[in-house]
Design a protein around this ligand. Structure first.
Ligand code: F6P
Length: 526
């Protein structure tokens, strides 16, 4: 690695590692660590960073040419070198007009919008009560997240059900108590060659034919893909195939026709508000100087925490029921984008790249894994995502939700000394050796940092801005790590092996494999 600026980052990291976080966080002025962005505010004042650390990361951003890379992204230049493509997810929110490829995408988006409107109005020839969305990964996680987040913005529309797994029980559950006669099946697959989706598409077609007959079945089918010829070969009618551009990555694709089920179920107004929220975040990321660029500065913190300080994972705690799928969505967005080790930049990598991302919905995690977060012996970069309008109008419960989120962050930082525990016990009349021993177990080290992303609301605009924030943060972090955030060469090998083992489980010669795999195959075959 020949990134001159990284040396200073390592110096700052070893300095910060030797500083007590509680001291660092009790800053005289926290303003530099409260970052504004459209529809939300980010509080990093409890993280192990300070002005000098951020300055060192800004120097890395400068040396990596982050500003120029951002300009490349929004100029639709090649930012995905290994696949020789631009990355055009931002253009789905209205950017890039006049660029031919983007004008073509906009024409396709208009077609999808017209179909969504027709379907909503019963124009398909049947009353539409359910959309069965079939897809996996980027063709599933974004729509699921957005459906949970926004479904009550248009409860008059049809419901969306999702089927993703090759396990037929997923499809069975998704089709429980729905009527094929009032269902539109939407098969979503960028490649249109994903085995799980092909399997569920076949189950769906059989389900429709069984209940509606061959002739009627096709009127209840539509497809979204960047391989329309494959969708046609599968049997979708040409006017029911909605293309998506190859330059829109699967994990960045919810804004494309991958989100067609959302457009139908939520309606054009809610859908356009979602896009508008993302668009203002795009504008912020495109135009804000790096010193005031919130997605870029979050990426700088990610690289500082996970590479310079070596914190191996990020825990995302979504303190809103409607955002319960956010951790799952971010797992793909961040780990499929930046879970790599091949340098894309001549200067090489600066160290270990993306963290594991996991998490859950608050307050549920408090009653399952927060014990380890508070008293365990593992580090994690913890991220709270909450909204000022928590509680959906129920003030007291919304207050309780926010109080829990803020309390967890405070407790992680403040901890509880054994002395504090002893005085708590003394107040209950418990003193002496037994109390002292109990206090030892009650000790909470504290000095555990966290970031809090506080949304203004959970309205469609805010949700759009939030997801765009994470998309741009992921891109910027990839650039800082020196990798390509837009390809995913690591996912193909498993598919090839699965096909070979499928044949072996069906009785074919398993060939040369490790003894464990051979035994598992022979045991499962029996
Ligand atoms: O295997 C990983 C992956 O290719 C993801 O990148 C993608 O979102 C998912 O599978 C589904 O792919 P497709 O939309 O082509 O079916």
């Amino acid at each position: 690695m020949t990134l001159a600026s990284w040396k200073q980052v390592e110096t700052e990291a070893s300095r910060i590692a030797g500083t007590e976080l509680r001291t660092l966080a009790n800053r005289a002025d926290i303003a530099p660590f409260i970052w504004a962005a459209p529809h939300l505010e980010v509080d990093v004042a409890k993280q192990p960073i300070d002005a000098a650390a951020m300055a060192a990361m800004q120097a890395v951003a400068a040396e990596r040419g982050l500003e120029a890379k951002i300009a490349d992204l929004f100029a639709a230049r090649i930012v995905n070198a290994s696949e020789n493509r631009p990355a055009l997810h931002w253009a789905l929110r209205g950017g890039g007009k006049g660029i031919p490829a983007i004008d073509a995408m906009n024409r396709e988006a208009a077609k999808a919008a017209a179909f969504a409107d027709l379907a909503r109005k019963g124009g398909l020839g049947f009353p539409l009560k359910t959309i069965l969305h079939i897809g996996i990964g980027g063709s599933d996680l974004g729509p699921r997240l957005m459906w949970d987040a926004l479904r009550d913005y248009n409860s008059a529309g049809p419901e969306i059900r999702f089927a993703a797994n090759v396990d037929p029980e997923d499809f069975a559950e998704a089709t429980t108590h729905i009527d094929p006669a009032t269902t539109l099946v939407l098969v979503v697959s960028k490649s249109f060659k994903t085995p799980e989706t092909a399997s569920n598409a076949q189950l769906a077609r059989e389900w429709l034919v069984k209940h509606l007959g061959e002739a009627q079945a096709n009127n209840h089918l539509a497809a979204v893909s960047s391989a329309p010829d494959k969708a046609k070969a599968w049997g979708a009618a040409e006017d029911r195939i909605f293309p998506m551009d190859e330059a829109v990555g699967g994990r960045y694709s919810v804004w494309s026709s991958v989100g067609l089920s959302l457009q139908i179920a939520l309606g054009a107004d809610v859908w356009n508000r979602l896009l508008a929220g993302a668009a203002v975040m795009d504008e912020h990321f495109r135009t804000a100087p790096l010193s005031a660029n919130t997605p870029a500065r979050l990426a700088m913190i990610d690289v500082f925490l996970h590479t310079a300080l070596g914190i191996p994972n990020r825990t995302v705690l979504a303190y809103a029921h409607r955002l319960r799928k956010l951790p799952d969505f971010l797992q793909q967005l961040e780990m499929e984008s930046n879970g790599k080790s091949a340098a894309d930049d001549a200067a090489g990598l600066v160290g270990r790249t993306a963290p594991m991302v996991w998490g859950s919905v608050g307050t549920l995690g408090q009653h399952s894994f927060h014990q380890l977060l508070h008293q365990g012996m593992r580090e994690s970069a913890i991220e709270f995502v909450a909204s000022r309008d928590a509680g959906a109008g129920d003030t007291a419960r919304g207050r309780a939700l926010l109080a829990n989120a803020f309390a967890q962050a405070e407790g992680l930082l403040a901890g509880r000394s054994a002395a504090e525990a002893e005085s708590q016990l003394a107040a209950q009349g418990k003193t002496g050796p037994a109390a002292k021993e109990q206090a030892r177990h009650m000790h909470m080290p504290g000095n555990r940092g966290s970031t809090t992303v506080l949304l203004d609301t959970t309205a469609p605009e805010s949700i759009g801005a939030l997801i765009a924030l994470y998309e741009h943060r992921t891109f910027a972090a990839g650039i800082l790590w020196g990798i390509n955030p837009f390809d995913q060469w690591g996912v193909e090998r498993g598919k090839v092996l699965a096909e070979e083992l499928d044949n072996a489980l069906a009785g074919a010669d398993p060939g040369k494999r490790d003894p464990s795999t051979l035994r598992l195959v022979s045991r499962a075959k029996r």
